[in-house]
Ligand binder design. Structure first.
Ligand SMILES: C[S@@+](CC[C@H](N)C(=O)[O-])C[C@H]1O[C@@H](n2cnc3c(N)ncnc32)[C@H](O)[C@@H]1O
Length: 247
């Protein structure tokens, strides 16, 4: 199978009959997600310096990010390219406002938000086209002193490298169900953020992988303490970019 880079609306369809989903157990994934959320909250509490305001979650999916930006301190606006997810978020009242829209084509007024969040979405957008228009859009939509926050899989972790190889070999769909998971290099994230006028900082959220047995995940968890050291951060499985817009 070859990888198409034609522009696409949203994520590629997921094929449930793939190797890793057949091997993974629900409890294994749950253990990882709990750890991920705990680490996301901690890194934001330690490094974001924004404790209230308006948040835009781009590619909000079913979970726009209330677990990170909760009311009443934060007002959350969710945008997704998938009408079903937009309707679901509205029905479940998971955001204060919900819109159908595409990253890079949003028409909110400049300076509308204190935080623009991309959580597990840029690695899909990287398959659809360049990241530059998204970062330029985030810079335009943020108030001075605001921050873009991106939480994405990293290329320099062994799992990221494996995924990149599977993508190249055309094996990604058979392996994990979609062709459009493009792990992102820390260097690229920083460079694209700087090109859009941000001052970027990078952290590792976790070094573990959701497919590993819970015991192994627990054994790897202490490594996460290295996630705030600049060199070690680049090797994380899941990265957090906090990119501030100068005032
Ligand atoms: C893996 S989900 C992540 C959802 C959510 N942010 C979370 O943390 O659970 C990726 C989401 O990005 C959306 N998406 C993909 N490409 C998009 C684009 N170009 N513009 C807006 N949303 C997009 C998909 O529809 C999907 O809901």
């Amino acid at each position: 199978m070859t990888i198409s880079h034609e522009p696409q609306a949203g994520c590629a369809p997921h094929d449930p009959d793939n190797l890793l989903d057949r091997l993974s157990r629900e409890g294994t994934l749950e253990a990882h997600y709990e750890r991920l959320v705990e680490r996301e909250r901690r890194l934001l509490a330690e490094n974001l310096d924004i404790s209230s305001g308006a948040v835009l979650s781009v590619g909000s999916g079913w979970h726009p990010g209330r677990h990170l930006f909760s009311p009443p301190a934060f007002r959350l606006t969710a945008v997704d390219s998938d009408p079903e997810r937009v309707a679901g978020v509205e029905r479940l009242n998971r955001a204060d406002e919900v819109h159908l829209g595409y990253a890079g084509q949003l028409d909110f007024p400049p300076g509308s938000f204190d935080v623009v969040l991309y959580r597990l979405v840029l690695h899909h957008i990287a398959y659809q086209g360049p990241l530059g228009p998204c970062f330029a859009e985030a810079a335009r939509l943020l108030r001075p002193g605001g921050a873009m926050v991106a939480i994405e899989p990293g290329l320099w972790h062994p799992v990221g490298l494996g995924l990149a190889l599977a993508n190249r070999a055309g094996l990604a769909t058979a392996l994990h169900g979609t062709p459009d998971d493009i792990p992102l290099s820390p260097r690229r994230l920083r460079a694209e953020a700087r090109a859009a006028g941000f001052e970027p900082e990078l952290y590792a959220v976790t070094y573990g992988w959701r497919r590993l047995p819970p015991r192994l995940q627990r054994a790897l968890a202490p490594l996460d303490a290295l996630g705030s050291r600049p060199r070690a951060a680049s090797l994380g499985h899941t990265l957090m970019l906090i990119a501030r817009r100068g005032g």
